[in-house]
Write a protein that binds this ligand. Sequence first.
Ligand code: SAH
Ligand code: SF4
Ligand code: F3S
Length: 461
Amino acid sequence: MKRLYIKTYGCQMNVYDSARMADVLAPHGYAPVDAPDDADMIILNTCHIREKAAEKVYSEIGRLRPFKRRKEANGDRMIIAVGGCVGQAEGEEIIARADCVDMVFGPQTFHRLPELVARATRASGEKVVDIEFPAEDKFDHLPEEASSQGVSAFLTIQEGCDKFCTFCVVPYTRGAEQSRPVAAVIAEARRLAASGSRELTLLGQNVNAYHGRGPDGTEWTLGQLLFELAESVPEIERLRYTTSHPRDVDDSLLAAHRELPQLMPYLHLPVQSGSDRVLAAMNRKHSADDYRRIVDRLRAARPDLALSSDFIVGYPGETDQEFAETLRLVTDIGYAQAYSFKYSTRPGTPAATEHQVPAAVKDDRLSSLQQLLRAQQTAFNQSKRGAEMPVLFERRGRYDGQILGRSPFMQPVHAEAPERLIGTIATCRIVDVLNNSLKGEVLTVEAESAVDQPVAERVRA
Ligand code: SAH
Ligand code: SF4
Ligand code: F3S
């Protein structure tokens, strides 16, 4: 058995891809390990979205080099591979900059890993780079057999992006938008359910631009797919999707939020800025008021919907006034959670050559935005004190006797309750609100007979 260590950076799509890389390599004798020290193969599944994310890869390679040298001194080999979006964007340059790297590949070629590994492990010590956008569909070449992802699982349904926001590398690293057929998604959802998953998060860089081929031969929307999943995979009790784009919220998606109890009332809907001038410069193709109206429609469909977003401060040319419009939008919407970033120059993207905002200004803006967002998040969490809500328990907690799950709104909830509740939804009363989690007390549990059986057996029954 060969030891495989995978380290994942970046978004959930990379988390999903890393799991699939392990699936591809499993039949070739590679088994995942938790530490890099003595691994036979190390894969860094990387992110190129901001400069810092990309630079992390090189410091990690520096950290790994002594492990590799030690193995070589003992007459063994350690293959170091860089996959993911830095691999795609920088290709050969990575090997030029870090000679201990043996292999570079991108998000669209990891199904070829067995062949790439075979080349890299030849005695000649050949360096291997594969950053094609291949004609074949990666998903057709991934093994059906997938390792269990646990109670809450990711399922990639769409990849790539055709939106070309001026700050963003994704259209270059992930390529053009592509959707998997409905039947393939349903089949994978069934397999995940059979391996114990109760919640699915459908993934795509632009997941609501989904347009996969339906069983009737027409192109289906994300809304249609959600209805189909809810109906034909009943073991999946919770559905989520991420990341969505405001431009692609259509009537079928609103209907899914209105009518599907399985679709959780929490939505990550990035807006980036509250200024129309900045939104236009970013090529987001919607105004701040368009976004407000979309949120109104979503909340009309699902009144308890909680929202999260991404923001960029200090986009080239952003004025104090324009930044103030972002703060105003945040105040208008009210977020349960959010991510905010200083604009980071990405070589090759259109915004990189525009007039840059000074670093100190970005710092100030980021801290005032984060202060506001933090206050909203605290207020949202506090509003749940005393509430009763269904919690899907996913794993053991940090302390003995404690289990950990999530609220419908993605908040971590811990409770003192028996481990047999893991994999089930239990109604909890929220008795305390801590900094990053809620404390719950379990009120009702499923009938004892049902929960006494292991999860996998209940699924098959
Ligand atoms: N597809 C998603 C976002 C993908 S990238 C969408 O359209 O919203 C995740 C987040 O990273 C983006 O929402 C954006 O806020 C941030 N981001 C992307 N490029 C960036 C850059 N050059 N500098 C700073 N933040 C960036
Ligand atoms: Fe990047 Fe824009 Fe595409 Fe999102 S929609 S992945 S921000 S180009
Ligand atoms: Fe990063 Fe690539 Fe995801 S750049 S955010 S890992 S699509």
